[in-house]
Design a protein around this ligand. Structure first.
Ligand SMILES: [Zn+2]
Length: 403
């Protein structure tokens, strides 16, 4: 009986369909090699079929709404080149239970869906999905051209609320993640810079980062030409924390009758005023009228934001100096605490003001990472989280699996 049309449709080079078995939910095609087994190392043909062979069932892309499996006799060869193992099959990787094109499909889905959903839809185990995804990401990483950025950004992300950190090293101008490492200590980041080599490190001219000493130490150790910049967006986060602390402390001291005004005021203070709704604006005004310290802090925060909005570098630097002298005249411990930091960090803030560039990439980083973390299985496996972050930022998304 002829299976030529089916062989043609199957389209696996070097193989023909010999038999079909149709079950309720799956179709099993028995296929056979035409020609001779090939050594994967030296490419030698085996004219005399090796005796040792193994029947294997591998999954291929579904056909006609049923899962499709291929039954294949895989030869084990002993080659004169010294190789000993399975023959070469172009469309099936060694030890793999699914075809190369099946893996590509799963990978495409993995860019868009959670592993759990894919495992349900395809009826395969979560572990298989994760493994296929991880392997494919690694392949895509290996195929990438290496980036030699002039500017890098170092940002920490928390893997769990408040503890267990990871650090993302990115190239914001190229909009690429360079790597994700576990932890945020100097020792955690050192392997990255060592691995990149001294030439690569010499090429770094700017390193923006959060004001975290270990980041600065590692950059000044390995990237001798890099100017360290503390960015607006990180500084604002520190300022927000200070204001939040002040709000909590003031609320504790407040008269019973005034407590209501403090309630739910967190976002009123932290949000940019232009993003507040009318009724929130009224609530904010009430709070600012009631509490002088919060009101002063709020004005200072506004002024702080204005530093970075100035048109020229000179103007920005002047505004920083002005802001610091304003803050020095204020006797609010939370503000003074923040000012002390600014004083310590001043040279790095000035560097940042000198090189006015967009921070949009680094700013968006945290939110996007949070989405990735939520989408995924808790990512107990750090290596998988790392790969997934790289995948979601660096690689082209899929539009359709048929592309
Ligand atoms: Zn060989």
């Amino acid at each position: 009986m002829g299976f030529e049309p089916l062989t043609e449709l199957l389209g696996l080079p070097g193989y023909i369909v010999k038999a079909i078995l149709k079950k309720e939910k799956e179709i099993v095609l028995t296929i056979e090699r035409v020609g001779f087994p090939i050594c994967p190392i030296c490419g030698q043909l085996f004219m005399k079929a090796p005796k040792d062979r193994r029947l294997q069932k591998v999954e291929d892309l579904s056909i006609f709404g049923k899962r499709c499996f291929l039954q294949i006799d895989k030869y084990r060869i002993e080659c004169s080149c010294g190789y000993c193992g399975a023959e070469k099959i172009e469309w099936l990787e060694k030890y793999e239970r699914v075809t190369v094109r099946y893996q590509k499909w799963i990978y495409a889905f993995c860019k868009r869906m959670t592993g759990k959903d894919i495992s349900i839809i395809f009826g395969i185990s979560k572990h298989l999905v994760y493994r296929l995804d991880k392997e494919s990401i690694q392949k895509e990483i290996d195929a990438q051209k290496s980036i030699e950025p002039k500017r890098i950004s170092i940002d920490e992300i928390s893997r769990k609320k408040g503890h267990r950190y990871a650090t993302i090293i990115s190239a914001p101008n190229e909009r690429k993640i360079l790597d994700v490492v576990k932890g945020r200590k100097k020792a955690d980041l050192t392997p990255f810079f060592k691995g990149k080599g001294s030439e690569w490190c010499k090429g770094i001219e700017l390193a923006s980062m959060d004001a975290w000493r270990a980041f600065r130490t590692v950059v000044t150790t390995y990237c001798k030409n890099a100017e360290v910049c503390y960015d607006h967006f990180h500084l604002s986060q520190h300022f927000s924390k200070a204001i939040d602390k002040l709000r909590i402390n003031e609320a504790l001291k407040a008269e019973k009758t005034d407590k209501e005004v403090y309630k739910g005021s967190r976002w009123l203070l932290l949000k940019n005023p232009e993003n507040l709704k009318e009724e929130q604006k009224t609530d904010l005004e009430k709070l600012l009228k009631l509490n002088e310290n919060i009101s002063i802090a709020y004005i200072l925060r506004d002024k702080f934001r204005e530093i970075f909005k100035a048109e020229t570098v000179d103007d920005k630097l002047h505004r920083l100096t002005d802001w610091m002298s304003d803050a020095r005249s204020v006797k609010i411990p939370e503000i003074t605490g923040f000012l002390k930091k600014i004083e310590r960090w001043e040279p790095y803030i000035r560097n940042s003001l000198k090189h006015g560039y967009s921070n949009a990439f680094a700013e968006g980083l945290n939110n996007k990472v949070r989405v990735i973390q939520r989408m995924a299985y808790g990512y107990k496996d750090f290596e998988y989280l790392r790969l997934k972050i790289i995948q979601q930022f660096n690689f082209r998304d899929v539009r359709s699996v048929f592309d």
